[in-house]
Each structure stands twice: as structure tokens, then as C-alpha cells.
Design a protein around this ligand. Sequence first.
Ligand code: NAP
Length: 268
Amino acid sequence: MKITVETKLYGIIGHPIKHSISPDIHNFLFNHFHMNAVYVAFDVEPHMLKYTVEGLKALKIQGCNITLPYKEKIMDYIDEIDEEARIIGAVNTIKLERGNIKGYNTDGRGFIKSLKKYAPDIRERKMAVIGAGGAAKAIIYALLKENASVVVLNRTYEKAVKLREKFKNIEVYPLSHKEKLKDAEIVINATSCGLNKEDGLLFSPSILKEDAIFYELIYHETPLQYETKKRGIKTIDGKDMLIEQALISFYIWTGKRASSNQLKEMFK
Ligand code: NAP
């Protein structure tokens, strides 16, 4: 693509950012749709977040993804927040709209879209979400919207209790209550445990039902996912959700829809 005076700029804001594959995804999509636009990664130091948002407006950067550790903090600096993101309490996508920056959250919808490929009807099905951070909140919101039954386990129990103030229909437990995973039909790891090779297993896969599904939000295969698969349990990895949430962000920015199959070609 030739960069011209008309080239529109998009990006991702996080810290650190060097492992992000979002630039690959969105630049692939811009090329696919023959759009004069580029997507770059911005590694923003915490004390610069506020000025970054002002800079985005000044430079008319059209849209950005927001990733760790800023999905909650960014809400202090943007002009408008869409209702879904406000209820979830986290923003992963921002868009310049008539000079103002509006925040959205596409994680929950991306998660459900990817999950439904494996479990088309999740109404009243028993879900266990491990984690109570930004990703967990988006997923819990989306699961409740689908009328699933949700149990949440978190290492810091107080954070899970706080979540119940927001989402009244969930049950919450400390992570030590692993027996709560026994009945779950779908178990979701929404923690960062497994990101580092030295992280231990969050739970023993032997506790899961044989026909359970294990959804690992982390993009690469974790030891827990490996061990779960080894027991013959169906597993899903975070790449599916990453792709689906990216496609929704892309649609918010451009009004163009692409299919996840087209993007999967990119990862081969
Ligand atoms: P976050 O807001 O920082 O929350 C982190 C969560 O992980 C907290 O619940 C924390 O528990 C828990 N945790 C961290 N280390 C742990 C450990 N060693 N043992 C048990 N629990 C631990 O992060 P986030 O934004 O929710 O992201 C969570 C994960 O989801 C990350 O790995 C991220 O890469 C992934 N993610 C994937 C996608 C995707 O598209 N696939 C999208 C978003 C996020 P405490 O409350 O006790 O600290």
C-alpha cells in the first residue's frame, strides 16, 4: 500500500505491546478491502495515557484498540462510552466520532461469536469463569445476556464479590473452591495464569467432566490447555476470540464486515 496524504491511521495502545498481533490482523483487513489506511502499535507509558488520548484527537487518528493495562483507565480520558462498555466497566476499542473519542467493548461479543461455533446454544448451560479482571467482566456480561448460568472463581475473592454487585445473577467463590468446576459444561480461563511458562496449572484437568469444553483465553497453547487436551477434553484457544473481537472493532471503525475464515488463512 502506498502511504499518501489521505492515509487514515489506526492503532493499538498498551504497555508492553511488542507481542500484539493486532497490527497483522487489521493491516491484512485494510489490504483486503483496498483501504488507504494503516494500523500501528503504540507502546504508551502509564503517565502518558492522558496525553496520548489528546494526541489521538489532535492527529485525527480514526480508531484504536486498547489493551493491557489500560482497558479500565482509558475510560477516565475519553469523551463518550457506549452502554455495553459502561456496564462491563472496560473499553477495548475507541473511535473518533465527530471530533470526540467514543469507547466500546468488543471482547464479550467476540467471545460469544467464537464459542457458538463449538456450542451453538448456551442458554441455561453451566459456565465456570475463572478470573475477575477486564476480560472476565466482558465475558460474564455476554454470557448472562445469552441466559447462561455463570459461576465465577477468582484468586482474590473480594474482586469476585465486587463483580456480584454488578452482575447479580452469578455465584462467586475463591479459586480454592475447585470442586465448583466439576459440574461445569464450559470452563473458561479468563486469568493471565499460563501466559508465562513457569505458571503452574490453575486446576487439575481430571476434575472436569469428560464432555466439558475448556476455553483458554490466552492466544498460545498453555500447559493447562495442553494437559486438558491430553485428557481428551475439547479445548478452544484465545485466537478465535481475538479474531472475532478484532472483526467487530474493524466493523465499528469502517462499517465493513470480514469473515473469521478469511483471517484464519493469515495465521496458517
Ligand atoms: P486483568 O484485568 O489483569 O485480570 C487478570 C486476572 O487474572 C485476575 O482475575 C487475576 O486474579 C488473575 N490472575 C493473574 N495471575 C493469576 C495466577 N497466577 N493465578 C490465578 N489467577 C491469576 O487481565 P484481563 O484483561 O482480564 O486478561 C486476562 C487474560 O485474558 C490475559 O491472559 C489476556 O491475554 C487474555 N485476553 C484474551 C483476549 C482474547 O481475545 N483472546 C481478550 C482479552 C484478554 P486476581 O484478581 O487475584 O489478581
